[in-house]
Design a binder for this molecule. Structure first.
Ligand code: HEC
Length: 167
């Protein structure tokens, strides 16, 4: 993860200090968590990544709560975006071979492994969309935040359409 410390706090950005905190938390997770991961069986891998996907869903709820129901602040939006970015970094490697539909409750379509680079690009797109939220000025209004949030939602949808089994 060469990018974990890439960002320095830029003053006046919605995600300035938060992004650094997320980077440090991620570094801790990387140092502490990898060995246990390798021992997980495929059904556990599926469960773990679904939990992480749910965390992304939780972030979207914070966004929508702020935009539609006036819940929380722009800082809460930034904190949610930073948390999602940290989760997102770990997601590509949780789609290990042998965890497609048929394993546990997996909804991961086999095409993920047939065009894996394209699939992974979806996580890069999401990371960039989240960065745009963090890069908004602290003075950003709801319209600007809403636009950035919509772009994030678009990356979820785009990936799900191709790579996630429909219910
Ligand atoms: C690059 C692809 C990709 C991106 C980007 C992506 N997802 Fe997913 N998502 C998947 C796949 C594949 C599954 C099915 C995983 C499985 O069942 O193992 C999934 C499953 C989910 C689930 C269901 C988890 C469960 O309990 O079964 C939720 C919720 C979810 N995604 C939310 C999101 C949100 C919100 C975003 C955007 C902020 C997002 N995802 C971005 C590929 C993606």
């Amino acid at each position: 993860m060469p990018h974990a410390f890439r960002e320095v706090p830029h003053r006046g950005r919605l995600g300035g200090m938060i992004r650094v905190a997320a980077g440090l938390a991620l570094a801790g997770a990387l140092l502490g968590g990898t060995a246990a991961h390798a021992a997980l069986d495929p059904a556990e891998v599926v469960k773990a990544r679904q939990q992480d996907m749910k965390k992304l869903g939780g972030g979207m709820k914070v966004f929508m709560g702020f935009l539609k129901d006036d819940k929380g602040t722009a800082q809460d939006v930034a904190a949610a975006a930073a948390a999602m970015a940290a989760v997102n970094k770990g997601l590509p490697d949780q789609f290990t071979a042998g965890t497609a539909v048929g394993v546990g409750e997996s909804e991961a379509l086999p095409v993920i492994w047939q065009e894996n680079a394209k699939f992974r690009q979806g996580f890069t797109d999401l990371a960039q969309a989240l960065d745009k939220i963090l890069d908004l000025p602290t003075t950003a209004d709801k319209a600007a935040i809403g636009q950035a949030v919509q772009a994030v939602g678009g990356t979820c949808k785009q990936c799900h359409e191709t790579y996630r089994q429909k219910k």
